[in-house]
Design a protein around this ligand. Structure first.
Ligand code: MN
Length: 535
């Protein structure tokens, strides 16, 4: 395990001290691994049950033939790029149609192959994916126009089929890994766009792996000096603590073996540099306050074992008070689940443990994409509710000026935190932060919203405009004789869905609601505390 941890670290981040290359080209050098078709095929055979390798082979052959002798700015053959995109998608275990579309994602744009050719060879689904990715690329604006246009296209693509966004993320990631070959102004623009648009959307979708990788790659271009400083801090820390953490890992493995937890994976995880940078800023550069620079991660088969492992660790090492976090019973707004604890290990060293199941691990790395894996493909929804809300907003506002006005609000809607509340029957309802019982009622059913007269939150009667908090149990009391909702509710509801339904039932212009939302949006950006932060 010691070897694994050190190998992991030095193979990923220490190159700049070993070679005369600048940090940026070292970064690019380290992060771009040139993939070949046999490697892709081998990964698929390992990762998938009974994969349709013929499909992937045909997609590769068409892409290789179409791109021919074409080269990328980095000088490598063009086919390296679609191969990298497909490899990433296959590594996520996502359905092979998406992997095939990854191989073909640039052929319609850049070569003589038409969309009709793709459809004839590979069918409607793959053709649709390729078409959507191609459309997403036509961005020719600069500055704010470009930004808005890009946001708009991302939202639209997500709303129609979120698989398109997975391809787009894999595409962007490889472009970031090869950004060293581009002119300086392109580097800056692409890195800023990745940091401001792609990474937050990946975060919203719970795709921690993409978010983290995109942030670190952007960080290196946007703040090279700070990036190098973080690298140095990390190198020092790994030198000082790496061997010690490896011993803790060995020790933990033995404890688990002795207690009957079989097949647990125990390994070291190193904090990402952008995340370290943000944390250090928060703690005014006091590095001793950042306990999780190197953490120990334990991956087990089910939830029960997570708690067993937590008990075993606490029996061996005393927990630091106030640092036990149960994100299994109370997941983070983006769905993240794990148990975290920080312990006093031997010699007064402090070590953080993160305990989770394999499923939780996949969810943390790939978020909603993990629901599109080969095993669950049929059941998976391709559209998410909040994305549909965005799409319907987009349709209502095709005027660009109006769209610009709404952008601030859209960002709030998408990136604001979500809360998870419960029905009396135990169902979980996902709402934006600050949502009220009326939003909850309409999220369940329009009839319940229209007929709602009172609410009990955690069995206590409350006002209908009370902001809900995560894990509240909400019981709506309805009145069958009630004819329509109260138009005044438009003043406090937080979801577009509720506003629309109230407006339909009361025939009052939805404009009034927009005005309120914009006002609220402004207030948010002025950093006033949300209304529900009562003492
Ligand atoms: Mn591409």
């Amino acid at each position: 395990m010691l070897d694994v941890l050190l190998w992991f670290y030095f193979s990923q981040t220490n190159i700049s001290t070993l070679s005369p290359l600048s940090a940026l080209s070292a970064l690019a050098f380290m992060s771009e691994i040139l993939r070949t078709y046999p490697e892709l095929a081998a990964l698929i055979e390992k990762r998938y049950k009974q994969p349709d390798l013929d499909l992937v082979a045909r997609a590769y052959q068409l892409a290789a033939k179409a791109h021919g002798d074409e080269k990328r700015s980095s000088g490598t053959p063009y086919i390296i790029h679609p191969l990298a995109v497909a490899y990433k998608l296959a590594d996520m275990g996502i359905h092979l149609n998406v992997v095939a579309a990854g191989l073909l994602h640039d052929v319609v744009e850049d070569t003589g192959v038409t969309l009709e050719d793709v459809r004839r060879e590979f069918g409607d689904d793959i053709a649709m994916l390729v078409d959507s990715v191609t459309k997403l690329k036509h961005v020719r604006y600069q500055g704010v126009e470009r930004y808005v246009e890009n946001m708009r296209k991302m939202f639209l693509a997500m709303a129609s089929d979120v698989r398109v966004v997975f391809i787009k993320f894999a595409d962007r990631l490889h472009n970031m890994q090869t950004l060293y070959a581009m002119p300086k102004h392109t580097q800056q623009r692409t890195a800023a766009e990745t940091m401001e648009i792609y990474a937050p959307i990946a975060g919203r979708l719970g795709m921690g792996e993409f978010k983290g990788e995109m942030e670190d790659l952007s960080f290196a271009y946007l703040h090279p000096k700070e990036y190098e400083r973080m690298q140095r801090i990390m190198q020092t820390r790994v030198r000082e603590k790496g061997v010690y953490v490896s011993r803790i890992i060995d020790h933990t493995e033995k404890l688990l073996e002795g207690s009957g937890v079989v097949d647990a994976q125990v390994h070291g995880r190193i904090k990402r540099l952008w995340s370290l940078y943000k944390k250090l800023n928060k703690y005014h550069d006091e590095i001793s306050k950042v306990y999780d620079i190197i953490a120990v991660r334990v991956i087990v088969k089910d939830v029960e074992e997570c708690y067993i492992v937590l008990g075993i660790i606490h029996q061996k090492w005393r927990p630091v008070p106030g640092r036990i976090k149960d994100y299994i019973s109370q997941p983070k707004p983006n769905g993240y689940q794990s148990l975290h604890t920080t312990v006093f290990a031997s010699d007064g060293e402090i070590v953080e443990f993160q305990i989770r199941t394999t499923e939780m691990h996949d969810q943390a790395e790939y978020g909603i994409a993990s629901h599109w894996s080969y095993k669950e493909d049929e059941k998976s929804p391709k559209r998410l509710k909040w994305m549909q809300e965005l799409a319907s907003l987009q349709k209502a506002l095709d005027n660009k000026k109006e769209f610009l006005d709404q952008l601030e609000h859209m960002k709030i809607d998408v990136f604001r935190d979500r809360i998870f509340v419960f029905t009396p029957g135990g169902d979980v309802i996902d709402l934006p932060e600050g949502a009220t019982p009326v939003d909850f009622a309409y999220a369940i059913h329009t009839d319940i919203g229209n007929a709602c007269t009172a609410v009990k939150i955690n069995t206590v009667v409350k006002n209908l405009d009370t902001p809900l908090r995560s894990s509240d149990m909400v019981e709506i009391i309805t009145d069958k004789n009630r004819k329509s909702p109260n138009a005044d509710w438009l003043k406090f509801v937080k979801t577009r869905h509720a506003a629309k339904k109230i407006q339909e039932a009361t025939k009052i212009g939805v404009k009034r609601w927009f005005v309120n939302v914009l006002r609220r949006g402004k207030r948010t950006s002025e950093k006033q505390p949300p209304a529900h932060q009562t003492p």
